[in-house]
Write a protein that binds this ligand. Structure first.
Ligand code: ATP
Ligand code: MG
Length: 363
């Protein structure tokens, strides 16, 4: 058996840990069809928490019900790309009697570089409607998943919102799933460009229970034919803090160690694996996340790192010598960057595991 762990952004993990409840809810929504609450969902959460994986899993559930799934990332031109995919599905499914009705629409073509010009907006809506009516007649529907919604062009989002709203009003079987960084998604919702998104079910993904990580490790290593004592599995699971990206890293390096050994993993091998995983997390996640941070941002983070849990903004201001308004500016910037998150009134906490230790070591 090959190393099953996948420590890469968006890569499907060998076991999707701790998300069954959310997926069940979505599954139920599909059986209800048009207008079910879970068919309009926004997944938010820190980097590496598993948002893209959730979109993929939900898409797979939809496909298992025979629904068509279109997945896009919200970079410029995503409306056009979704439109082109809808056209393709319509053509594929439209063989037979429905075909003649739809060719006029499907000949339109969509620009894929910018927001859609007015005539293409009409085409998009018509294509979508034709596809949805066709799917509805088969008792299925369409799920559109849009990742990295925080980076979306506001004009494109409001176009998308307007058409989707229309489909929902018409009781057409459409599901919309979005994913993005929490603070940026909040901003997007507050700007009012897509008011219907405020009614979406917002699911903030968190780290998963360490006990579930341990159970998953035990299963996977047993499948690989490796012997790892439960004490060592507990250690390895604890080192992940339940953070999905770290789960994959620790699992990956522990598997490598197991391959090097003669099948029995000892303490030294476990320690090596954990160290390698934390180091990789630091290089891949933390340094990338910090790459846009200014000197004062770093001062703010270092001041936070003096605390064990969350930090009081007033304390951070005092430690860094910032005025309250400067501190509140840096707070906002760092939240937008996904480095910290609000943690109750006047408090903030690190949003990425290992960041505190990293900032301490940097001092
Ligand atoms: N429920 C889960 N159980 C185990 N591993 C998971 C789970 N969800 C995601 N992962 C793993 O965690 C890593 C990060 O997942 P993903 O890319 O979906 O995160 P993300 O929230 O989209 O991150 P980003 O904000 O950087 O886009 C991947 O290696 C993935 O395989
Ligand atoms: Mg992602």
């Amino acid at each position: 058996m090959q190393n099953p762990f996948r420590a890469t952004a968006g890569a499907p993990p060998p076991q999707v840990i701790g998300r069954i409840g959310v997926l069940d809810e979505f599954d139920y929504g599909l059986t209800l069809g048009s207008g079910a609450p879970s068919l309009l969902t926004i997944f938010t959460g820190a980097r590496g928490i598993g948002k893209t994986v959730m979109l993929g899993e939900a898409g797979a559930v939809a496909e298992s019900h025979g629904w068509v799934v279109i997945s896009e990332t919200a970079t410029a031109g995503f409306m056009g790309r979704i439109g082109a995919q809808m056209q393709r599905h319509l053509q594929e499914l439209g063989e037979g009697p429905a075909r003649r009705r739809i060719t006029g629409v499907s000949a339109a073509g969509f620009s894929i570089t910018t927001q859609l010009p007015p005539e293409q907006q009409v085409g998009w809506r018509e294509t979508g409607e034709a596809l949805l009516r066709l799917l509805a007649s088969n008792g299925t529907g369409l799920v559109v998943a849009v990742d990295e919604i925080h980076a979306a062009d506001r004009a494109e989002i409001s176009q998308l919102a307007a058409v989707i709203q229309h489909f929902i009003t018409d009781s057409l079987p459409i599901g919309m799933l979005f994913a993005g960084l929490p603070a940026a998604v909040s901003d997007l919702l507050n700007e009012g460009v897509a008011t219907f998104l405020r009614r979406a079910d917002r699911i903030d993904l968190h780290a998963v229970a360490v006990g579930e990580v341990e159970r998953s490790f035990a299963e996977l290593f047993a499948q690989g034919g490796f012997e790892v004592s439960s004490a060592l599995l507990t250690q390895a699971a604890a080192a992940t803090d339940g953070y999905p990206f770290l789960i994959q890293l620790v699992g990956y390096f522990l598997w490598r160690e197991a391959e090097k050994s003669s099948g029995v993993v000892d303490q030294a091998a476990t320690t090596n694996a954990i160290t390698a995983a934390l180091r990789r997390n630091e290089r891949v996640v933390l340094e990338a996340a910090l790459s846009t941070a200014s000197g004062r941002d770093v001062d703010f983070l270092c001041a936070m790192a003096q605390d064990e849990g969350s930090s009081i903004i007033g304390d951070v201001a005092e430690r860094t010598g910032m005025s309250p308004s400067a501190a509140s500016n840096y707070r906002r910037r760092l939240i937008e960057e996904g480095l910290i998150q609000p943690a109750g009134y006047g408090r903030v906490a690190f949003a990425i595991p290992g960041l505190r230790q990293h900032m301490r070591a940097a001092q």
